[in-house]
Ligand binder design. Sequence first.
Ligand code: F3S
Length: 406
Amino acid sequence: MADALRITAEEKAILTGEQGPGAKKAMEIVVALAKIYGATDLVQIASAQVSGVSFKNLGQAGLEFLQDWGAMGGRARVPSTLNPAGADLEAWREMGFPEEFVCQQRAVIDAYVALGVAPTLTCTPYQTGNTPTYGQHLAWAESSAVAYANSVLGARTNREGGPSALAAAIVGRTARFGLHLDLGRQPASVFDVRCPIRSEADLGALGILIGRQMRNRVPYLGFAEELPPRCDLKTLGAAMAASGAVGLYHVEGLTPEARLGAVTTAGLPVVTVDGLDAGYRLLDGTPTEIDLVSIGCPHASLPEIAAMADSLDGRRLRTELWVTTARPIREAAAAAGLVARIEASGGKVVADTCLVVAPVAAFGFRAMATNSAKMAFYTPAHSGLAVRFGSLEQCVEAALTGRWKP
Ligand code: F3S
């Protein structure tokens, strides 16, 4: 397979170090991955999205790896953005993030900035300006963003690792295989969803079930009933990518390749989904007392923040509430008066981070409620908290009473 890879004269020049050691190292990574995956060539990318930002996950060794690459002259040559960090970089002190951790976190971000990556610190770059168009090739790493870019926007990216997305950013190319190819984007199974989807939590529970079944293959979904307007497909993709490694799904009549007839379902196995109880059982724990409510995984959009403010309606909370989002969306929410309304109830609109990548142990929480299937899936293992999973209405009720109402 290795012999099948063809690279251009410019790519060869980068590989031999003509553009400096930082670019050489990046091209070595991209070429090595291309050979492993049997790619025949490299494809130019429109943007990169890099994960591996929280110092909690990266540690000192990861920080030094980035600093060394920057010192070698590595610089992104396509627009590149960054996943959430481990702290809100403006409100960290009043929120109680440990100062030493925040200093280490800033050093990581500085290292990425030296590498030419914009410190956007969000898992929803498509909500804040890094919005790919149909057919564009990308090298994105955040699994929920990969699913959204491929499925909802019709762009093409594999699920890159943090270092491989950074390498792709530096050389402006990635290996052409998998979801970059028409063939790799064809569905492997059809899911006939007969049960109604009433909330974003239902959509997440469905995603968890499908992700477990499909692993990294492509599902095609048909819904018997129209999805409610508040259900954002980012929730579905994030869940599939969490329990499996689904990077692309198609929804009949909704996602671009399904609408354009670019995929075929003839002869595929059909799975009927009659209920979501199995998905809820996988995510919903048993605590009855709640001390933290998490909304905004993936990072909340402005309409989602508005829905939160409306749901609270000025009532006083008994638990901590974190609504996590991107910095520009927080600013827009502040300008619209939404942050003040949520804060008046005692909640926080938190930017730059989320409760999976933040050092949550430092806060002493015990039990979380969330409407995000991805957050519910990762939290017990990542943060050691017990979790209740349900609709936004249930989460609001938990935040107001400190108790989970099944
Ligand atoms: Fe984003 Fe954190 Fe969820 S990175 S997708 S809010 S786990």
